[in-house]
Design a protein around this ligand. Structure first.
Ligand code: FES
Length: 121
């Protein structure tokens, strides 16, 4: 693992996620309260990017099937709830999950030095 700069504090706002990268890995950075947070830009359901998902109150919703993840912990808070933004009924959710069980997304500890933000990746 290598310490890698992912953003400057001035790049990160409270109301949206910033797409960045570290050692070839795509990551999302956000400011939640006073804390800078980062997760992998890769949904653990099917490995698709989370970056274009709706972001609200420190939680990003996967744009593909609606799984939700906390930016600061990577914790999964909802799993496969929709398809292309349309809510799925129970049986369809199970089919869409394709046998995958709720999984957290990889998260990173963000450190700050001056105006720069880093993760170990
Ligand atoms: S790829 Fe994210 S919920 Fe399916």
């Amino acid at each position: 693992m290598t310490k890698t700069k992912i953003a400057a504090t001035s790049d990160v706002s409270a109301d949206k996620v910033l797409k960045s990268s570290a050692n070839g890995q795509s990551v999302l950075v956000a400011k939640v309260g006073d804390q800078y947070c980062a997760i992998a830009n890769k949904c653990p359901h099917l490995g698709l990017p989370l970056a274009k998902g709706k972001y609200e109150n420190g939680v990003i919703t996967c744009p593909f099937h609606g799984s939700k993840f906390e930016l600061c912990s990577g914790k999964n808070v909802e799993w496969v709830e929709s398809f292309a933004g349309i809510p799925l009924p129970g049986a369809a959710k199970k089919l869409m999950a394709m046998g995958k069980t709720p999984t957290d997304v990889a998260s990173f500890t963000v450190t700050q030095e001056g105006e720069d933000l880093f993760i170990e990746a």
